[in-house]
Design a protein. Sequence first.
Length: 468
Amino acid sequence: MTNLKLACAGIAALLIVCAGVCEAAPFEPPQREIKVIARRFEFVPKTISVKKGERIRLAVTSEDVDHGIAIKEFGVDQIVKAKQTKVIDLTADKEGRFDFICSVFCGDGHPDMIGELIVTAAETEQASNIKVTFDDAAPGVVFVESAGQRLRIDTSTKSVARVDAAGSPAQQEKKQPGTVATKERESSSAYQPYEYHIVNVPTTKPVPRHSLNVHFTHRFQESFHPVEETAKDLFGLDSVAVSGLGFTYGITDRLYANVYRSPLCRKGVCKTIEIGFGYHLLDEAGRSPISLSTYASIEGDDNFQKNYTYNIQAMVGRSVTRYVNLFFSPAVHINSNGQGRFNIHPDESLDPRATGLRLGQHTGSFGFGLNGRIRPTVSLLFDYTPRVGFKMGQIIPVIDDTTQELTGFKNDSEAAIGFGVEKRIGRHVFSLTFSNTQATTTARYNSSNAALPPSKFAIGFNLFRRLL
C-alpha cells in the first residue's frame, strides 16, 4: 500500500512538473455557466464578475414577457422569448466594466433594465497553491486542487475528472420547471423616463399590449404675463379653458389605437374628434441608436362630421444621458385649411384685400421636444413646433403708422412653444404646463390659436393615467 501511495504521489508530482516546464498548451479551465433571470424590469443577478480570458456560458431565462440581452463590447444581442431560455457563449477577452441591457421593449421600466459585467485581470497561479490528497477508500486515486478547481485522477483507468468539494463528479444543476408569471400591479417607484407627450409634441413611448390609457388636457385662455395685469384674474385661472379627453389602447406591444376630442371652437375648427393608429418600429437598444414610431390619423370637426384633416407623423427619440431624452416629430397635415375654412369669405368682409388673402391648404410641422429628469419621478419639459404652409392664427388689419390708414390684412401666427414640470406617481402622470396655444390635436397643436408670442404663456396641465 505504501508503495502504491508513493507511486501516486510521483505521478502527481510529475504532472505538476510537466505543467510548469513543458511547452504544451496550458490547462484550459472548463466553461463556467452563469444563470441569469430576466424579468420586468431587472436582471438577476444584476452584476456578473469574471476573470479575463474566462469562457462563460450565459443561460438567460425570461420569467414573463419577451426580453433581450445586449453586450455591445462583446457583440452580443439576443432575443429571449417569454418563458424560454437562451444560451450565449462568450470569452471575456477584455478587461473593464460593461453594461448589459434589455434590447427588446418590455414595458414602462424598460430603459432601467441594465446589468453590469465586470471583467478583471486573471490571477497567475503558483505551484505552491497546488494541493494533493489521496483517497484511502479508492487505491490509485489522487485529488489535485489548484486555482479553485478540484481534479480527480484515477491511475487505474487513466482518467481525469473535475469534482465538487464533496468529491463527487460535478454536475450541472437540474433545471427547474418554468413557473407561470402572474401579472403584478406596477410599483409606484418604477422608472418611467418620459410620457406619451412632452407638452404637446408626442414621444416614442410604446403603448403596452392590452393596456388602456386616458389622456386629459386643460388649457386656460388668458396669459399669466404680465403678472401685474393678470393677478386680478388669478394669473389667468379665471379665464375660459379648453379641456381635451383621449384614450389609447395597445392592440399589440407595437400597434395601438387612439381617439381624442378637443372642444376648442373658433373660425375654421370646432369640436374636433381625432381617430388614429400608431406603430412602434424601433427601441433605442442593441443595434438601434434611436427609438422610432409612426402615427396616422384623421380629424373631423363638429364631432367628426365635416372638415376632415389627414395627419401622417413620425416620432424619433434619442437619450443623451440616462436623464435627458430628446425628440423630433415631423408631420404632414393634409387639408388643414381645406375648403379655405380659415380664409375670410365675402359674407364676412366686403374688403377685397381681406377676402383675397390666401393662407394655403396644407401644413408641415417639425416638433422638437426635451424631457430632463431632475429627480427619480420629476422631469422638466420643453417643446417647440415651427411650421410651413398653412399656419393657423388670427387675420388682422395692417394700419399705416403714419397715415393711420388701412393698407391690408395679414395672418398673425405664432409657432407653438411650451414648457413645464412633470411628476410621475405609479400609473399617474401629472404635468403643469405653460404654453401659448389651447390647440391639442395633431393638426393644430403646432400653432397658437390666439397668436400669442413666446413672451406670453397660459397655464394648463396634462394628466395621464393607465387604466388597464
